[in-house]
Design a protein around this ligand. Structure first.
Ligand code: CFM
Length: 530
């Protein structure tokens, strides 16, 4: 029996029918296969997904440091999205509001009589105390159910306080996962904030935005440091350590770099249509992938000074880590890994692991779409279901005054064949035959895979991490990096190698044995005799 069948074997006919298309065992290395994705989880199954509100408020909007983001809903939603994602932010002008939790704390009576008054009061208080330039409102499930008009409240607040106020109808149930919330946040930022500034392009400089980089554990800072060394001007990071003031002028960038395709490809596409900005799919996790990304950027700009500096910085950054890295490579060679994360990282980390000599044998995403697995060329063939249609698709048009092409279209076409310009090839093409990929993985499947494959280390999330650890398997969190990081670029690769080494070689693993391995867990007598 193939490993895939072993996992599916225990399911009832109904569950089998649903799950079989979400589990793919690759037949051929480097070749994509079809997978079912972005559909409803089966009720009752312990999955690892978050909700739409989590994707909007927690992932995309939350890291903006100079806006007050108010959670309109019961206090729990605000509380659980407060500081649990390690999107670090600086405090350059004293305006870093992300350490605060702003919520309307809806009570039973507010649910019965409506919460608009309370929301207005919350905005008033936030404006009086913090004086933000912009207030964002994110609604939670009950708000959609009782029908509070948050859009009207936003319009009221703009007039009452002469600030910008944008409301996001990102109720938790809207969509099948946090992915819906990414889309809603992308739409709102595009409609109301991006491009509203009046800055002019910085002539003579190569300016870039980094999209889909949330500065977890300082990744965005490390990537920006390397880019600045080469001579790029990093205009905005979306949205890790990002700012409202900054992204208003993000339309003047020469190139958008897309790190997490899943959460932000909408903005990349819309900025292309509206302002003419090309986007390049980069991956700053792993040494070879970082080098590829930097070289492709240099090819795009085609400036001899930048090209030379790119090689110089690559050589220098690499030389600074090789000695230590060799030690970890030696220790990690031949190990195997499983990676289960959200919608991008399972792909991003495979190249780094390969460089360290670690083979990824199991992969999984919580909420990726088919294009993240199979590549963007499947986009036209993805049928929208009722859940996807529930999310607004906005159309943007060319902004005649701000539209600007940095390179001529002939060169663009030529480059498109050579580099990942406006292209994402997806995760499957970088995986080996026999590898198992699970979409919307649940606890049972994770446990079963562990049992079958027994990887040396598991890179996971918080829900599944302790399940591994209790079974005596080293696990590292790839969402929050377990208080470590950065993991991006060269120095980051070294940090990751060190953390992986420490996890696998921790002496604790030799001292523990799961109790069920040595003692019987079932006691009793057969035959009824006492
Ligand atoms: Fe993109 Fe992310 Fe991810 Fe994501 Fe996330 Fe995250 Fe993630 Mo946790 S935006 S899809 S919704 S890379 S919070 S920074 S680690 S699941 S793989």
């Amino acid at each position: 029996m193939q490993e895939r069948e072993k996992i599916l074997d225990n399911y009832t006919a109904k569950v089998f029918k649903n799950r079989k298309d979400h589990i793919v065992q690759l037949e051929e290395s480097g070749v994509s296969q079809e997978i079912a994705a972005n559909s409803r989880s089966i009720p009752g199954m312990m999955v690892n997904r978050g909700c739409c509100y989590a994707g909007c408020k927690g992932v995309v909007l939350g890291p903006l440091r100079d806006v007050v983001t108010i959670t309109h809903g019961p206090v729990g939603c605000g509380f659980y999205s407060w500081g649990t994602r390690r999107n670090k932010a600086n405090n350059p002008d004293g305006r870093n509001f992300i350490q605060y939790c702003f919520t309307t704390d809806m009570q039973e009576s507010d649910i019965v009589f409506g919460g608009e008054k309370k929301l207005k009061q919350a905005i008033k208080e936030a404006v009086e105390i913090f004086h933000p330039e912009c207030v964002l409102i994110c609604s939670t499930c009950p708000i959609g159910l009782i029908g509070d008009d948050i859009q009207a409240v936003a319009t009221w607040a703009q007039e009452a306080f002469k600030i910008q106020c944008v409301a996001f109808s990102c109720e938790g149930y809207r969509g099948v996962s946090q992915s819906a919330g990414h889309h809603i946040a992308n739409n709102g930022l595009m409609k109301h904030i991006i491009g509203t500034g009046d800055a002019l392009p910085h002539a003579g400089k190569h300016t870039v935005n980094i999209l889909g980089e949330y500065n977890i554990g300082g990744d965005g800072w490390e990537t920006s440091r390397v880019l600045k060394r080469i001579g790029y001007e990093v205009l905005n990071v979306f949205t890790g350590d990002g700012s409202y003031e900054g992204i208003k002028d993000s339309h003047i960038a020469d190139l958008n770099l897309v790190m997490c395709h899943r959460s932000i490809n909408y903005i990349a596409e819309m900025m292309k249509t509206k302002y003419g900005i090309d986007w390049l799919k980069v991956n700053c996790i792993g040494i070879q992938e970082t080098i590829r990304s930097l070289r492709e950027m240099a090819m795009y700009f085609n400036d001899p000074v930048i090209t030379a500096k790119t090689e110089e910085v690559i050589a220098d950054e690499y030389a600074a880590i090789t000695g230590d890295l060799d030690f970890y490579k030696e220790k990690l060679a031949g190990k195997t890994a499983g990676i289960f994360v959200g919608g991008s990282r399972t792909h991003h980390y495979q190249s780094l692991l390969k460089e360290l000599g670690v083979k990824t044998i199991i992969g999984g995403y919580e909420f990726a779409h088919r294009d993240d697995y199979e590549g963007r060329d499947v986009l036209p063939s993805i049928k929208l279901d009722a859940d996807s249609k529930n999310i607004e698709e906005i159309t943007v048009n060319k902004d005649e005054a701000k539209y600007r092409l940095v390179i001529d279209r002939e060169r663009f076409e030529e480059l498109k064949d050579k580099i990942e310009l406006e292209e994402y090839k997806g995760m499957f093409r970088d995986m080996d035959s026999g590898t198992i990929t699970v979409d919307d993985f649940n606890h049972y499947e994770t446990e079963k895979l562990m049992e079958i494959f027994k990887p040396d280390i598991f890179y996971s999330g918080i829900k599944d991490k302790y399940m591994m650890v209790k079974a005596g398997m080293p696990a590292r969190q790839l969402h929050s990096y377990d208080y470590s990081g950065p993991y991006s670029c060269f120095q980051g690769a070294l940090n990751f190698a060190r953390d992986s080494y420490m996890a696998i070689y921790a002496p604790a693993w030799k001292l523990i044995e799961a109790p069920w391995k040595t003692t019987s867990t079932l006691m009793g007598k057969i035959g009824g005799a006492q």
